[in-house]
Each structure stands twice: as structure tokens, then as C-alpha cells.
Design a protein. Structure first.
Length: 296
């Protein structure tokens, strides 16, 4: 139910794709007065029926702002296009558009040159998680700490809020780093299902349960990698060293060949491990491969 009260922060939202629409509905449900704009006006019209005010253009939307101007657009170029020529002096700009750390830093300077305060955000959630705190979704924020604290209550209405630094690029960096790890995990999941897929009597759902449990059990390894990187001792706490893992990779590849599975999702990382072992670091854990990726 919409429970608008005058004590709630007014939100101006530009961009009503799936994520923007989910954010809008979460703010409306939390009782925040909301002005919205979208290039395709029909999406704004649908939210107007739910209590939002639909602006005729981005300039009108920004002019109506008494709280943060939130951007949830396609890309950084879309942000520049939407706000081109608009007076941002004194405005609080919160950019939730997915971009790179460098884009966030440039956009922060761009906003500051126009007299605006700036926060960048990285959304660690999919639209169905927005407005549902039990799902664990949250948003990374970086940039103006005072701006974050000023609007923290409003920012936490759609999802949790984690401030990760005054460097405007930190939210994007955290966002892409976590999503990159997820992508690698998905690559492993894809390979695992490809291995078992030909077995007609193998229960895929049952295998999925085993796989999820195993990945969950292995996730704690990230703490060991972090400890090694911080201490500089890459042998610290090692139970399965790189030499052992690199040797086992031959069995992984042989099994893939037997099951007629392309191994290209695994081989780049296996080659990285073998390079580190060849450099004489077979007694290490995984931390040493981080430097190889950075050319160190």
C-alpha cells in the first residue's frame, strides 16, 4: 500500500527499465514521494497510476527534486545524454547506472564541475530482490560520505546500503569484482553440468543440490586468499598446494575428453596455475596467481 507522508524524502528517478521500475515501486511502498522520467513514457505512466509523478522530461524531473536525483539508465553515455544542459547546481546526484570505476570517477568530476554532490552505486541484486530485505540484496555506494549519510534511510528502502569509500570508483570496482567472481563460478557450474549431462539416469536436480552444497563449502577459501595477500606469505595455511592442484588438472582434462566436453572454460585458469608452479612456487596456495593476472 502507498503510505506517502510529507516527512519522507522525495526521490527523483530517471530510468525505468526492470531495475528502475523495481526501485520506484520500493520507494513508493516505503512512502517516499516520487517523481519519475523514462525515455519511453508509457513506463512512467504505469507508475503514475501507482502514485508517482511522471515528468515530461529529465529537466522537469530534476527541477522537481527536493531530495536525491537517482539515475538508473542503460550506461554512462545515457547519463550524460539525459542530464545534458540541465542545471545541477546544489543537487544530490546518485548514479546507480552500471559502469566502470573510471567512468564513475569521471562522472563524479563532471557532477562536481556543475555544482552537484555525487554518489556512485553498484547494485548487487536482481529486480525481484528489490524491496525484499529477506533476499539479502544491497547496493554498494562510494563518493560523498556526507551525501550518503544524509539520504541513507531513503537509499536503504529498496535494498541494503554499503558505503565502500570516498573514491567514487570504489562502488563500481566492488560491483564488477563480485560479478566477475560470479561469472567464474557460473563457468564452473556450466562445465560441471556438461560433464554429467550425458548420463541419462543421473538426476540433474539431485546433482544440483550436491553442487550447491560443495560450492558453499568451498566459498570460505576466499578468506585464506585474502590473508595470504595481506601477509605476503602465500604458503600460509595451505592444505592443498598449487603443485597438487596443477597435477590434478590432468585428470580433470582427461575426464572432460572422455565425456566429450570442451574444456575451454577451465584451461585458462589451469594454465595460470601451471605457470606459477613452473616459477618454483608449487608450495603456495592460490594467492600467487593473482599477481600473474596483474603481470607481476
Amino acid at each position: 500500500m502507498n503510505t506517502h507522508t510529507t516527512s519522507k524524502t522525495h526521490i527523483t528517478l530517471l530510468g525505468l527499465g526492470d531495475m528502475g521500475t523495481a526501485l520506484a515501486r520500493a520507494w513508493l511502498a516505503a512512502g517516499h514521494p516520487l517523481t519519475v522520467w523514462n525515455r519511453t513514457a508509457a513506463k512512467a505512466g504505469a507508475l503514475a497510476a501507482e502514485g508517482a509523478r511522471a515528468a515530461g522530461g529529465p529537466a522537469e524531473a530534476v527541477a522537481a527534486a527536493t531530495g536525491p536525483v537517482v539515475l538508473c539508465l542503460l550506461d554512462d553515455a545515457s547519463v550524460g545524454e539525459a542530464l545534458d544542459g540541465i542545471d545541477l547546481n546544489g543537487r544530490d546526484v546518485v548514479n546507480l547506472t552500471t559502469g566502470t570505476p573510471a567512468e564513475a570517477k569521471r562522472r563524479a568530476r563532471w557532477a562536481e564541475e556543475r555544482g552537484a554532490r555525487f554518489l556512485d552505486g553498484g547494485i548487487m541484486a536482481i529486480p525481484p530482490m528489490i524491496g525484499r530485505p529477506e533476499t539479502g540484496g544491497y547496493v554498494f555506494y562510494s563518493g560523498d560520505l556526507g551525501l550518503f549519510e544524509r539520504h541513507r534511510e531513503a537509499l536503504e528502502a529498496p535494498a541494503g546500503a554499503k558505503f565502500v569509500g570516498e573514491d567514487p570508483g570504489r562502488a563500481a570496482l566492488h560491483d564488477i569484482a563480485l560479478l566477475s567472481a560470479m561469472t567464474g563460478m557460473f563457468a564452473g557450474i556450466t562445465h560441471a553440468f556438461a560433464l554429467v549431462r550425458p548420463e541419462k539416469d543421473l538426476d540433474q536436480a539431485g546433482f544440483a543440490t550436491l553442487l550447491a552444497e560443495w560450492l558453499g563449502a568451498m566459498a570460505g577459501a576466499v578468506h585464506g586468499v585474502a590473508a595470504q595477500l595481506e601477509s605476503g606469505d602465500y604458503t600460509e595455511g595451505v592444505t592443498s598446494n598449487l603443485a597438487m592442484m596443477a597435477a590434478a588438472n590432468a585428470t580433470f582434462l582427461a575426464t572432460a575428453e572422455e565425456q566429450s566436453v570442451d574444456s575451454r572454460l577451465l584451461t585458462p585458469y589451469m594454465e595460470l596455475m601451471s605457470r606459477r608452479v613452473a616459477q618454483g612456487h608449487g608450495d603456495e596456495g592460490l594467492a600467487g596467481t593473482v599477481g600473474l593476472l596483474r603481470g607481476e
